[in-house]
Design a protein around this ligand. Structure first.
Ligand code: 9D3
Length: 498
């Protein structure tokens, strides 16, 4: 991860990467800092970078020109994610840190004075971020906070044990109290249970402590935790038809933005903000009507197994693109993988992925989802890989996230499979000339095994009527859920109603 920090005080930034975990990560070359002095880029001969605001008002504004030129120097013309640190931004959270840790480089723009000329912000900023509701004197400490939180999520910066913990169940709660030697200090003994050696009792005690502490100190977090627990309990009653929501919650992605569970209802609206996917579970059509109104403006995809929501969501500007069945693998044991040459793909493999998807097909795509290499459909573009959301940018993102795997045959990429952003297994495609030899089955089994390693329950969606894929799912031992699932995508604002 390379951080480019645009600031008037570059010296202020250097301390951040010099100590402890950050220092070691920088030495290892896992992270690096490029502090750019905005003042170096002013065209004013006295080195001025600020001026009075048009329309009057207190204070000075940073001018557009030096900020823009500093940005060009830092980004080098690449399309780099650019964060403006500002009190007017969205709140920086662990979720945002996780999202940004997937980038290869980031530009962090630190404001000073009363702000920056809006015109340059419009042209370069992709994310507006505040680190909290208090007033600082500038963005530098915000940039430092962001770099620290993001860097520790970069693979290799922390040990493995720590990174696994990232998605644990305790995530929604504050940590439990901890004790070290001596056993008695100033007359205070370590809680007896911790010396018992009984790991179940210790785990139960710690959970209880974490709960109590959260309820007391962070009632806001505790509400989120309770809603999640309640939802998981409800969804467990029909696991096969709810695994998409359960997994989203368990993997720490989905947020419950509405539920009637508190009052005895069964409605749950879950939103995966990063993926822009909204999942709805509704009790009946009456309630469904209200629930559809809760779907966030920014949700590009909606997933539901409630057929009555189709019309309601269509009215709200969504279009059905896939009717499918949900399949899930409930065993804990890994599946045998016949094909030997399968590995995780990276961004460097993009061109080959494109070639593989085009092979034998027409045009640049030629991909086909879920066929397991057992059908002859030529396909058209990448979006056959799993819906309208699947394009070049999406595939790049999945590659970068390490969520795409490839099977090789005689040194060439023969097929791919992966994990969608919201958590489903998919993106399965086998090059035309490599079909009918079980590569699809091996790829799917391989991805299932990787998901099991993370403690996930693998699940996916198979288009209704795709018998070949359904056969493959049965062969691999996946269960088929009873309900029909609807995937809907948001229509563009300028699209006419059809
Ligand atoms: C008079 C209006 N002020 C807004 C509350 C102007 C103003 C105050 C402080 C403009 C900039 C700043 C400096 N703060 C940051 O640059 C900043 C910040 C913050 O103040 N709080 C939380 N997060 C951040 S990130 C950048």
């Amino acid at each position: 991860m390379k951080f480019h920090v645009l600031t008037l005080f570059p010296e202020m930034m250097r301390c951040c990467l010099s100590y402890g975990i950050m220092g070691r990560a920088a030495e290892k070359g896992l992270i690096s800092l490029h502090a750019v002095d905005i003042r170096d880029y002013t065209q004013d001969r006295h080195g001025k970078v600020d001026d009075y605001p048009y329309g009057g008002g207190a204070g000075m504004l940073m001018q557009a020109q030096p900020v823009y030129d500093a940005y060009l120097a830092a980004s080098g013309g690449r399309a780099v994610r650019t964060v403006y640190l500002t009190p007017q931004g969205e709140r920086f959270t662990q979720q945002k840190a996780r999202e940004l840790s997937g980038e290869e480089e980031l530009v962090l723009l630190c404001g000073h004075y009363e702000g920056i000329d809006e015109r340059v912000l419009e042209d370069i900023v992709t994310d507006y971020i505040s680190i909290g509701d208090y007033v600082l004197t500038g963005g530098e400490l915000g940039a430092a906070v962001m770099m620290d939180a993001i860097a520790r999520l970069v693979p290799g910066v922390l040990g493995n044990e720590n990174s696994a913990q990232e998605e644990s169940f305790f995530n929604d709660l504050l940590e439990y109290p901890q004790y070290s030697r001596p056993e008695v200090w100033r007359g205070k003994a370590v809680p007896e249970v911790l010396l018992s050696g009984d790991h179940n009792r210790i785990a139960a005690w710690r959970l209880e402590q974490a709960r109590e502490r959260t309820a007391l100190r962070r009632p806001d977090l505790y509400g989120v935790y309770q809603a999640k627990q309640l939802a998981i309990k409800q969804l467990s009653a029909d696991k096969r038809n709810s695994i998409h929501m359960m997994e989203s919650l368990k993997r720490g992605r989905g947020e419950i933005i509405y539920t009637s569970l508190w009052s005895g209802g069964e409605d749950i609206v879950l939103y995966d903000r990063e993926a822009g996917v909204c999942m709805l579970a509704a009790e009946n059509p009456e309630k469904g009507k209200n629930m559809a109104g809760i779907v966030p403006e920014a949700a590009r995809l909606v997933l539901t197994a409630q057929p009555f929501l189709e019309d309601i969501l269509t009215e709200r500007g969504y279009r059905l693109f896939l009717r499918c069945r949900q399949v899930l693998y409930t065993q804990k044991s890994p599946l045998p993988v016949r094909h030997r040459e399968i590995r995780r793909l990276s961004l460097e493999d993009f061109e080959e992925v494109r070639l593989c998807c085009a092979a034998g097909g027409e045009g640049p795509g030629g991909a086909h989802d879920g066929c397991g290499g057992q059908c002859e459909e030529p396909g058209g573009t990448f979006d056959r890989l799993g819906g309208p959301g699947v394009d070049e940018a999406y595939l790049r993102k999945r590659l970068q996230a390490g969520a795409l795997y490839g099977a090789f045959f005689q040194g060439r990429l023969a097929g791919i499979a992966g994990i969608h952003e919201e958590g489903a297994l998919g993106l399965l495609h086998v090059a035309q000339e490599c079909r009918r030899c079980g590569i699809g089955a091996s790829l799917e089994a391989y991805v299932i095994n990787r998901m099991l390693e993370k403690g996930w329950t693998p699940y996916g969606h198979v288009e209704e009527g795709n018998e070949a894929s359904m056969k493959l799912q049965e062969k691999l031992g996946l269960y088929v859920a009873s309900k029909t699932f609807l995937w809907m995508e948001k229509k563009l604002a300028n699209e006419a109603d059809v």
